[in-house]
Write a protein that binds this ligand. Structure first.
Ligand code: HEM
Length: 209
């Protein structure tokens, strides 16, 4: 049997603990006065956090020279998708009781829902093709397909910004959290630019030899 590395064990623990916490808090009635909204918010944050970590693996792996990070991208991305699916299921099942007519009516009037839906639909093919079978079958196209993260992550940040109760145009409401997430996602995307990435790798080799 293959030995589990510390990072690998950490990723899997981090993947399941928030879900266990949500279930425990639900049964202990610790999910605020509006438990459905609390589940939506917690799963949304988890989905974004895992996607962000998955996105960070490639640039940090090369800049820090920590090769194991490349191997953990997939699990992190899959946990992100798992929380996004629970997030969507909570919205459709618990929030709207599978009333698709009302969902369709509300979706048309709420931009943040449409943007969330677009992000989810774009995530679907990435999750489906995350298996080795598809990696081999798609070859170079697999990499191309997975470049969709450049579109998905900004969409999720926009979805987050617009879902915050308040007025985005007047910078009212709790915008600190989505802005912080946005800055980190932005930084991870900038670190992928070859000239910046190579510059930082050069700096590391000069400093550490
Ligand atoms: C059809 C797809 C989606 C629907 C219907 C949806 C629905 C919602 C709803 C209703 C909220 C507001 C909760 C509230 O504060 O009342 C929300 C917030 C959020 N969603 Fe989504 N969402 C979708 C896709 C996604 C995806 C794909 C992600 C991430 C990968 C995501 C991440 C978030 C985040 C981070 C928040 C903010 C949570 C907070 O306020 O703390 N959503 N979403």
């Amino acid at each position: 049997m293959k030995k589990l590395t510390l990072l690998q064990a950490g990723v899997h623990l981090a993947g399941w603990i928030p879900l266990a916490q949500i279930i425990l808090d639900y049964f202990a009635r610790r999910l605020t006065a509006n438990p459905i909204q609390a589940i939506e918010q917690r799963t949304g944050i988890q989905a974004l956090t895992f996607l962000m970590f998955s996105l960070a693996c490639t640039p940090l792996g090369s800049v820090l020279g920590w090769k194991e990070l490349y191997l953990r991208r997939k699990a992190l991305g899959n946990y992100g998708f798992m929380y996004a699916a629970i997030h969507l299921a909570t919205f459709v099942g618990l929030d709207y009781g599978f009333d698709f007519e009302t969902i369709l009516r509300d979706t048309g009037t709420k931009w943040y829902i449409m943007i969330g839906l677009a992000a989810f639909l774009l995530l679907l093919p990435l999750a489906v093709t995350s298996f080795k079978y598809w990696m081999k079958r798609l070859g170079k196209n697999w990499k191309r397909l997975h470049r969709m993260v450049y579109v998905i992550s900004p969409l999720v940040i926009l979805h987050f910004l617009l879902s915050v109760k308040g007025d985005l145009t007047r910078l009212q409401g709790n915008l600190v959290q989505p802005i912080l997430y946005g800055l980190i996602v932005g930084l991870m995307l900038v670190l992928r630019i070859p000239s910046i990435k190579n510059g930082l790798i050069g700096l590391r080799t000069r400093l550490l030899g």
